[in-house]
Design a binder for this molecule. Structure first.
Ligand SMILES: Nc1nc2c(ncn2[C@@H]2O[C@H](COP(=O)(O)OP(=O)(O)OP(=O)(O)O)[C@@H](O)[C@H]2O)c(=O)[nH]1
Length: 503
């Protein structure tokens, strides 16, 4: 490679980095303020002020015109209303001078008593200072973004953190807010910039570049590796989707086996009707739960049986089958007592039919275990292992998970929950070597576009280097759009719509 080519290559890399660089610090005229802690009566409330007049607000509220606040240290002070001079509260303020604050601007936080009157008087006192106004929804975070303190994926992580209802959702959101996913996309972008700069330099210099074939092949190989890495990230086995919507669990089984009793027990409330009448549940009853920190949606379904002429029940059974097929984990409930009392010689069509459903994602639950007498335990164990063996052979399974429980007597419910947790953790958790979770449909769309461009690049690279290099540029733009989209406004409006006023 000659020296001129190398210089050109480096320049293109630099230009591209600059093109994708985060926004520069922006100057906002208004100083915004609002309550950043929760609404309603509380022990302590936090009012946040951000913007060029933050220090003026502090001076006015503390009545100390030459105050030189200590940076990021809590200071006890009395606060006054600048217009009436009446005391508003006694509390703490913390001063965060620019750029070391959440928004990147000068920020002051007032930690005051959380009573309604204190909060409203404090807000009123701040609003009486010239140049201030109440913040709009998500405006603090928007300033943080526009001042380059956070990229878009971090903001989305913050939004997910505020919405997280289970500890696993919280864990992933926290990682994303701290930049895990942004860094991953950034390193992909960096690799692509190098590759595309190489192509551009090659176009500019053509044959003068004196590039050997091996260098060209090496560049192609690295682009294939990037493409495969993105594809593997896209094929995340729906983990990101499950994180947002919850893993889907179906409770299925014959009528009267105790499905509704189980959903009620797991959700700790009467979500579904329990009755001795077979075929009570017709519709799917869904409950959203947190099991061991993982979000799940459990559905109780109509009892599966062949012998019914009831049209509504038949419809319910079809819905149950669909729900079963679409679920991540299937809990298949049997009434152990009913199985125990089945005539050994009878060719039970119903049972044979039910056994066909069981697959690798199924946990077989033998409910009503309280009805199996102590004296019959040995016989039951034999019967159970026969059934499990039969299922394995019939459905070609290497292993079947099973547990005996009693909903009515609360036998082994804790063990069942542990088994569920284990299955959920296998489904959700990943080791650190793997790429981060694909948490948004937006990322998926940009990454798919990127892979498509890279595929087109690979198609054209030996035929037409100009088209190929254009495809590389497109791939680069698709990746950049995840953290720093070109067309921002609509997207930001959607993202910040879900933020609270003081965030
Ligand atoms: N002895 C005993 N009875 C149970 C147990 N679990 C449920 N039952 C009873 O079995 C009957 C049926 O329970 P459900 O929970 O309504 O059963 P289901 O599977 O939802 O019934 P369908 O809606 O008809 O499909 C009720 O009378 C329950 O009290 C158990 O562990 N032991």
């Amino acid at each position: 490679m000659n020296r001129l080519f190398k210089r050109n290559y480096c320049k293109i890399v630099k230009d591209n980095y600059r093109e994708c660089a985060p926004p520069k610090f922006k100057f906002f005229k208004d100083t915004i303020f609002n309550l950043s802690s929760g609404v309603g009566k509380s022990g302590v409330a936090i009012v946040r002020v951000s913007g060029p007049d933050s220090k003026l607000v502090l001076k006015e509220l503390t009545k100390k015109s030459n105050i030189e606040p200590k940076e990021r240290l809590a200071t006890l002070s009395t606060f006054y209303h600048p217009k009436t001079n009446e005391q508003v509260d006694k509390g703490i303020f913390v001063w965060f001078p620019s750029p070391n604050s959440f928004t990147g601007e000068d920020v002051v936080e007032f930690h005051i008593h959380g009573g309604r009157a204190v909060i409203s008087e404090t807000l009123d006192a701040i609003s009486s200072v010239d140049g201030t106004r109440p913040s709009e929804q998500g405006e603090f975070t928007r300033r943080a973004f526009e001042n380059g303190k956070m990229d878009l994926t971090q903001i989305e992580g913050l939004s997910d953190l505020l919405d997280a209802s289970t500890s696993y959702q919280k864990k992933i959101a926290l990682k994303q807010m701290q930049g895990s996913i942004g860094q991953f996309y950034f390193s992909l972008r960096k690799d692509l910039i190098r590759a595309s700069a190489y192509m551009e330099a090659f176009i500019d210099f053509g044959d003068d570049a004196e590039i050997d074939n091996e260098t060209v092949e090496q560049s192609k190989r690295s682009i294939i590796a990037i493409r495969d890495k993105i594809q593997a990230h896209l094929d995340d086995g729906r983990r990101g989707e499950r994180l947002r919507d919850g893993a889907s669990i179906a409770i299925v089984g014959p009528p009267n086996s105790g499905k509704s009793s189980l959903i009620n027990l797991l959700s700790n409330r009467k979500a579904s009707i329990v009755s001795p009448i077979a075929g009570t549940t017709r519709d799917i009853v869904e409950v959203t739960l947190d099991i061991g920190g993982y979000p799940v949606v459990i559905g109780d379904t109509a009892g599966l049986r062949l012998s019914t002429n009831d049209i509504i029940e038949k419809e319910g059974i079809e819905m149950a089958k669909d729900r079963f097929n679409q679920s991540d984990i299937k809990l298949f409930l049997f009434d152990s007592n009913q199985l125990f009392n089945l005539d050994n010689n009878s060719n039970d069509n119903e049972l044979e039919n039910l056994l066909n459903f069981i697959d690798n994602e199924t946990i077989i639950i033998f409910n009503k275990f309280d009805l199996i007498k102590n004296s019959s335990q040995d016989k039951w164990s034999q019967l159970k292992s026969n059934i499990l063996e039969k299922i394995k052979t019939k459905n070609n399974l290497t292993n079947v998970q099973s547990i005996e429980i009693s909903c009515n007597e609360n036998i082994k419910i804790k063990e069942l929950i542990s088994l569920l947790k284990l299955n959920l953790s296998n489904m959700f958790e990943m080791n650190d070597q793997e790429s981060p979770l694909l948490t948004r449909a937006r990322y998926k769309q940009h990454l798919t576009e990127c892979v498509e461009s890279l595929d087109r690049y690979l198609y054209y690279c030996d035929e037409d280097i100009v088209i190929a290099s254009e495809e590389l540029r497109r791939a680069l733009l698709s990746i950049s759009a995840i953290t720093h989209p070109v067309d921002l406004n609509d997207l930001l409006d959607v993202i910040f719509r879900d933020f609270c006023i003081g965030k």
